[in-house]
Design a protein around this ligand. Structure first.
Ligand code: NDP
Length: 485
């Protein structure tokens, strides 16, 4: 298909503009293999323009100085526009991500909810008074940092962008958002919506461009006060090292290899469908994907048969069809990588209990589809259990008792999310405390709640997004003492 429409433009200094070099890129729709859109590609010059615009909006503009309630109302206007445009934004997201339209709609609504939450939070973030020994009054101010650089991945493009933009703006920062090269469309749309919502020029800039150049230029820019990053662990390490040169603080939401522990006393009628959704939603391209499914030995065969049956019933298909549950993966090269991992598993001795190959339906042959796979005969030390696959692959692993499963669960470089299924509340609480991860859910597959902190430990990064905790990432604490002597 020839792409004839105009390039999607960057958002810099209150305007939608082409990149300084005029460079563009053609995005591929991974569900069809066809060209989907043309996008302006930012280079270092564009990053510099965006940061300067954000800096003057912060240093000289009204945004950080306006009453917090007024900033909150501006965020509410963004939320309203996101809701009004939910269908077109969801379709835009599907175009470059291949995710099911129902999921894309839910993510746009989650982005709107995020702006609504931080619209209200803007007036509820304040300092404290401290009874110091010296005579006088001591109090703290919560101050915005300045220009913040926000770098996001391709798996939940608009939603993760909103997790960063909304809290950063609520407390008075100005932002430069860099979306993933594969999925920049909804981030660019968000930038345009911010202009329509009457945010002052420079408060939200969006620069789509390659991570290694545009992303790194943002990280290294001397006028960026903080980088909030979501993406792969190895990219996070690079960013942290580069940010050290300018003492730029970072928060890092990185990879995961999360466990789902199913005890014999669990309600399997809930635990199995939830386990399937916890690993295969978004085709497993989810940092929280609970891809290590630990099942107590006494129910292992029965639970694995149910897991495989439920997985085989998932509908893999055209992302624009309403009943599709698994769309295409993000790209053909990513599908190759995921299939490579399945081969690694087989070489290590695992057996493929279902899926793991492209669907036979000829209508899907041109897309990067992969049927969700369950691997059995898996040992905890295998690479498929230790490494993040970021695709639709679950490993089913038996365990004998609580102590053994706890050892296996914590024997991982990552620590993002975990689920526990049991009717024994004492055991659930012991496990929740002993598991090394940032998030634990009991008898639930929900890792993320807008109102609660989210983030990882170990190689899954540090810093907590969402809830009021996110505001800590975007503010400095200043202590003020007034002598009473
Ligand atoms: P990447 O780390 O490859 O990319 C993430 C973002 O960083 C993209 O915008 C990318 O740009 C940019 N980038 C890449 N290299 C650099 C660099 N050297 N300097 C600055 N920016 C750079 O991750 P993916 O997009 O592949 O996303 C998948 C990963 O994200 C998985 O590991 C997943 O676990 C993790 N993730 C973590 C979450 C969490 O909350 N913990 C949530 C969601 C995902 P470009 O696209 O141009 O390369």
């Amino acid at each position: 298909m020839a792409v004839t429409q105009q390039a999607y433009q960057l958002v810099i200094d209150g305007r939608q503009v082409s990149s300084a070099s005029g460079q563009t890129a053609v995005l591929t729709n991974p569900a069809t293999g066809e060209a989907a859109a043309v996008v302006s590609v930012a280079g270092e010059e564009d990053v510099d323009r965006a940061v300067h615009s954000a800096r003057s909006a912060f240093e000289e503009g009204v945004w950080p100085r306006m009453p917090a309630s007024e900033r909150g109302r501006a965020l509410m206007r963004i939320a309203g526009l996101l809701r009004d445009r939910a269908e077109s934004l969801a379709r835009l997201e599907v175009l470059s991500s291949g995710k099911p339209i129902k999921d894309a709609r839910a993510e746009v609504l989650a982005a709107a909810e995020c702006f609504e939450y931080y619209a209200g939070a803007a007036t509820k973030w304040f300092g404290e008074t401290i009874p110091v020994t010296d005579r006088g009054l001591d109090f703290t101010l919560r101050e915005p940092i300045g220009v913040v650089g926000l770098i996001v991945p391709w798996n939940f493009p608009l939603m993760i962008a909103s997790w960063k933009v909304a809290p950063a703006l609520a407390v008075g920062n100005t932002a430069v958002l860099k979306p993933a090269s594969a999925t920049p469309l909804t981030a660019l749309a968000l930038g345009a919506i911010a202009l329509e919502a009457d945010l002052p020029a420079g408060v939200v800039n969006v620069i789509a461009g390659p991570g290694a150049t545009a992303g790194m230029a943002l990280v290294r820019h001397p006028h960026v006060g903080k980088i909030a990053f979501t993406g792969e662990t190895k990219t996070g390490i690079e960013i942290m090292k580069a940010a050290a040169d300018t003492m730029t603080r970072v928060s890092l939401e990185l990879g995961g290899k999360s466990p789902n522990v199913i005890f014999a006393d669990a309600d399997l009628s809930r635990a199995i469908p939830a386990a399937v959704s916890a690993v295969f939603s978004n085709a497993g391209q989810d940092c929280c994907a609970r891809s290590r499914v630990y099942i107590e030995r006494s129910i292992y065969d029965r639970a694995v048969a149910a897991l495989v049956g439920e997985t085989e019933r998932l509908r893999t298909g055209d992302p624009l069809e309403e009943d599709t549950q698994i769309g295409s993966l993000i790209s053909f090269s990513h599908r190759d990588r995921v299939r490579g991992y399945i081969q690694v598993g087989i070489q290590e001795g695992a057996s493929v209990l279902c899926g793991g190959a492209p669907p036979k339906d000829p209508a899907l042959a041109r897309g990067a589809y992969l049927l969700p796979a369950v691997l059995g005969s898996v040992q905890n030390a295998m690479r498929v259990v230790q490494e993040e696959i970021f695709g639709p692959v679950a490993c089913a692993i038996p365990f004998s008792d609580e102590a053994e499963v706890l050892r296996m669960v914590n024997d991982s470089p990552y620590g993002l999310s975990a689920s526990i299924w049991t009717r024994d509340i004492s055991r659930a609480l012991r496990m929740a405390q002993a598991i090394k991860s940032g998030v634990v859910s009991i008898n639930s597959n929900h890792s993320v709640h807008q109102e609660a902190p989210f983030g990882g430990v170990k190689m899954s990064g540090f810093g907590r997004e969402l809830g009021m905790h996110a505001l800590e990432l975007y503010t400095d604490v200043k202590n003020v003492f007034i002598s009473g002597a």
